[in-house]
Design a binder for this molecule. Structure first.
Ligand code: COA
Length: 148
């Protein structure tokens, strides 16, 4: 069973391990530490209750009446088991409790699993940022969900 809970600094080594495993141009470890001290940021992990292993994580920011998804990832051994679903449901629950009007995110144009995930959650294509990503260089697709 997966439980979504607030991240602590003790979680960062495992979170960083997952980040390196599944993302092409990973965040640096200290970025995650900065999220813990950032009052705008919600940094949560999905923990497997039986083993206490961290299966994945999400980072989103709340800025006035907007939300921005900054990172979501799931360790490969836990993928396709509904972990990202649980993390996205959590974010949308927070958005709805905080009376948020819009959620924004961006995704690599080639990242089909993430695009399917966001479209499943009602995000609508909202434009392109050419060559936005590096390593490899790639366009960002912008997505938006509104109303929540
Ligand atoms: C994208 C990612 C977070 C999905 O995590 P996950 O836990 O495997 O996803 P879930 O099992 O909860 O699946 C939820 C939905 O996502 C979509 N999805 C996830 N993986 C998919 C795949 N390989 N192919 C197609 N759709 C996929 C589906 O819509 C799925 O719904 P369904 O099961 O009803 O079909 C995961 O693949 C990942 O960590 N990728 C690397 C990091 C990344 O790209 N993050 C996004 C950056 S913008």
């Amino acid at each position: 069973m997966i439980v979504v809970r607030k991240a602590s600094s003790d979680d960062i080594p495992r979170v960083f391990e997952i980040e390196i495993e599944v993302t092409p141009n990973p965040w640096k470890e200290h970025y995650f530490a900065a999220e813990i001290g950032n009052p705008l940021s919600f940094f949560y992990v999905a923990e497997e209750r039986e083993t206490n292993d961290i299966a994945g994580y999400i980072v989103f920011w709340l800025i006035d009446d907007l939300m921005e998804l900054h990172n979501i990832a799931v360790a490969s051994q836990f993928q396709r088991k509904g972990v990202a679903n649980a993390l996205m449901e959590f974010m949308i629950q927070v958005a709805s409790e905080c009376d948020i009007q819009e959620i924004f995110l961006e995704v690599r144009a080639s990242n089909a699993p993430a695009i399917f995930l966001y479209e499943k959650f009602g995000f609508i294509f909202n434009g392109v940022r050419k060559n936005y990503y590096s390593k490899p260089r790639e366009d960002a697709l912008l997505y938006r969900r509104s109303p929540i």
